[in-house]
Design a protein around this ligand. Structure first.
Ligand code: NAD
Length: 306
């Protein structure tokens, strides 16, 4: 069994690193948020106070960080991963970032003698808890083989996508599709309600019909319909509006740089921006449903409850 460093113990990082612990690895975890450190420690992660300490004795290192800028700052600089990882450590980033940031991680890691593999994930916090995530790997073939050894304990499916940045490119496209679907589920759930349909009945119809999708099955935004929905918990984030806005913006940017027209992704992006302007950036992305509601209220959501 291995010693693995883990930087970023948030919604995804804590359950993912806990699964590595359950698989028998020693995981040395670091986060800047004390509450995240506590939550990970309660699940068997050996929590430490810095990136450097996390890397002590580690043969592999994962990052699970919010934005591209966080990834860049955690890799670079005197307190960063490159400064403290032992030669030969395999570095894997599970964050959703732009292709350019991932390319930079590959190139700068290679220049310093490290193997880097882009290892973004799909499946949400439910998939992270259930170690059923889909991992999309990008990198040199030998490095991807090494990465497979470490992601196995967290994954339901591991798909090598190709050379450096192929994993993150696949992830950006996947999430474009996710958020366009999420917008459809938001609008559909509201229309079903206004047409007088029972939410459980309509959920069963969609599940067995062509309206079925991953966000419909997993995030149906009406309380009490599906266990994994944020609607059951006042829309506390499983995947925040802020991170969803980031992912939509990354897809729209990729569309602009390739000349692909993305009106549906642009609409989802503008709706997430509206929620952020209303002060809901840290709530769940399925709060987008509120924008389809006739009077702006949403069953299961009390804005005054924080
Ligand atoms: P999160 O905000 O809950 O977790 C990120 C963690 O990184 C936070 O705990 C934060 O304190 C920590 N962090 C920030 N800067 C740091 C630093 N300098 N050093 C150490 N820790 C630092 O986000 P999340 O929902 O867990 O998502 C993490 C990444 O995975 C994002 O890129 C996201 O887009 C992607 N992702 C999320 C989901 C999801 O369903 N939540 C699914 C797939 C992929």
């Amino acid at each position: 069994m291995s010693t693995i460093a883990w930087i970023g113990l948030g919604h995804m990082g804590t359950p993912m690193s806990a699964n590595l612990v359950a698989a028998g690895h020693t995981v040395r975890g670091f986060d800047i948020a004390p509450a995240c450190i506590e939550a990970a420690a309660a699940r068997g992660v050996t929590t430490v106070g810095s990136v450097a300490e996390a890397l002590e004795g580690a043969e592999a290192c994962f990052t699970s960080l919010p934005m591209p800028a966080h990834v860049r700052s955690v890799y670079d600089g005197p307190d960063g991963i490159w400064a403290h990882a032992a030669p030969g450590t395999v570095l894997m980033d599970t964050s959703t970032v732009d292709v350019e940031t991932s390319r930079w991680c590959h190139d700068e890691s290679a220049a310093r003698g490290f193997a880097f593999v882009d290892t973004p994930v799909s499946g949400g916090t439910a998939g992270a808890e259930a170690h059923s995530l889909t991992f999309m790997l990008g990198g040199a073939a030998d490095d991807v083989e090494r990465a497979k050894e470490y992601v196995g304990g967290m994954a339901g499916t591991v798909i090598p996508c190709g050379a450096a940045t192929a994993g993150i490119a696949a992830k950006l496209v996947n999430n474009l599709m996710l958020f366009v679907s999420t917008l459809g589920v938001a609008e559909g759930s509201q229309l079903a309600e206004q047409l007088g349909l029972d939410a459980h009945v309509f959920y069963a119809v969609a599940n067995a019909s062509s309206g079925q999708s991953w966000p419909q099955r997993t995030w149906y935004p009406v309380p009490g319909v599906v266990d994994t929905a944020a609607a059951n918990h006042n829309f506390d984030a499983t995947f925040s509006v802020a991170l969803s806005r980031k992912d939509c913006a990354l897809a729209v940017q990729a569309g602009e740089s390739t000349g692909v027209h993305l009106p549906a992704a642009s609409l989802a992006l503008s709706q997430f921006e509206q929620l952020i302007a209303e002060g809901f950036g840290e709530k769940d992305c399925t709060l987008i449903t509120k924008l389809a509601s006739p009077d702006g209220t949403l069953r299961g959501f009390d804005p005054s409850a924080g």
